[in-house]
Design a protein around this ligand. Structure first.
Ligand code: HMG
Ligand code: MG
Length: 325
């Protein structure tokens, strides 16, 4: 017979891990931006507004809805101004958008954007392909856009892409990530979102990066933006939680990737994240059943099955248990 105490020795975590996690976290939804930027078929502005409304109904309070980037680079999001006119500003919800340069910021100001997301990469090749700038040029742009956005009264967060690996350069040294994060300090950014752009991060590597940043950043100043390309996103989130991180980016149905990162299929699905958070007793204020409704709507609008596992399980179960006519 199994002797629990001797066959399962305590290894320092066990159930105690769960009592030490943050009690509540923010889910930062990126589907309408990070997801839709990658779809071959662009949705109508009306359809995007419908999807965003379903996300708001689910209880999500932070939603990145579009990008003020060049419409030649990302035609799927060329309707950012029209979208902002349709979605308005629901109470208690922050709609944010990517802002790549001062031209984008002027467009953002015109729609009264409250939160700007600036972005850059750790690696030169991804930076060049994504925004046509070297890392040093991108850093200067991030600094000037952040300063102007803060002056305009916006909150500013910054994405750092290719933190755990680059589609063109492979492994990324932790020291490069830390050096860049230190240069971003002092720009008035309220949060740095660390991106596993191509989904190669593993729990140990995530812990190494967070540990290396601990001396310079409080856990609340960091967010994790995980892609689930290789199935490690939730394990990485759990490591982030255990190290005090309280903001996690995710995308409805697992929509998305990065158009300038081949193989970057699939952000962590919001429903998968929320299911895990609920199960381990970490509050995020989002309704799973409403998320499934939003995911179903996203599938119908996009016209294909999405990769989110909880979504597919919930829809499959509903189909199996609903009475046949
Ligand atoms: P560029 O071509 O080098 O820019 O693009 P430029 O300054 O030479 O301008 C070229 C033309 O674009 C000009 O027009 C500008 O006016 C226009 P023209 O005179 O030729 O008619 N232009 C703009 N138009 C509208 N809005 C603007 C804007 N800027 C210039 N803001 C640029 C440089 C940065 C604009 C371009 O490379 C770009 O828009 N890149 C965006 C790429 C992108 O959105 N990638 C995906 C997001 S990143 C991501 O997904 C990763 C993330 O999720 C985290 C992770 O997973 O790691 C965030
Ligand atoms: Mg992304």
């Amino acid at each position: 017979m199994l002797n629990v105490s001797s066959d399962y020795p305590q290894r320092g975590t066990g159930l105690t891990l769960f009592s030490e996690l943050p009690k509540s976290v923010d889910v930062y939804e990126v589907g309408p931006r990070d997801g839709l930027q990658n779809e071959l078929r662009a949705l109508t502005t009306q359809a995007k507004a419908q999807l965003i409304n379903a996300l708001v109904v689910s209880g999500l309070k932070r939603i990145e809805v579009s990008s003020f980037v060049s419409p030649r680079w990302i035609p799927q999001l060329a309707d950012a101004e029209g979208l902002f006119a349709l979605i308005g500003q629901p109470a208690g919800v922050t709609f944010s958008a990517l802002v790549p340069n001062l031209k984008g910021l002027e467009r953002a100001k015109a729609v009264d954007l409250r939160e700007a997301a600036v972005f850059m990469s750790v690696t030169e090749s991804h930076s060049k392909r994504n925004i046509n700038k070297t890392v040093a040029e991108a850093l200067r742009t991030v600094a000037e856009v952040s300063e102007a956005a803060l002056k305009a009264g916006m909150r500013v967060r910054c994405y750092l892409s290719t933190v755990w690996g680059c589609p063109y350069e492979g492994k990324v040294p932790v020291e490069s990530v830390v050096a860049l994060c230190k240069q971003l300090k002092g720009l008035g950014l309220y949060q740095l979102s660390l991106g596993d752009t191509i989904g190669v991060g593993t729990p140990k590597h995530v812990a190494q990066v967070l540990e290396a940043l601990r001396a310079d950043f409080r856990a609340e100043e960091l967010a994790l933006h995980m892609h689930d390309t290789r199935g490690t996103a939730l394990a990485n989130v759990l490591v982030g939680l255990s190290m005090g991180v309280t903001t996690f980016d995710s995308s409805i149905g697992g929509l998305g990737g990065c158009p300038y990162a081949p193989g970057a299929a699939g952000n962590l699905a919001t429903e998968d994240l929320v299911y895990m958070l609920e199960g381990i007793g970490v509050d995020c204020g989002v309704s799973l059943s409403k998320l499934v409704e939003a995911g179903e709507q996203a599938q119908a609008l996009i016209g294909r099955k999405l990769s989110g596992k909880y979504l597919q399980a919930a829809l499959g179960e509903r189909e199996r248990t609903s009475p046949r006519s």
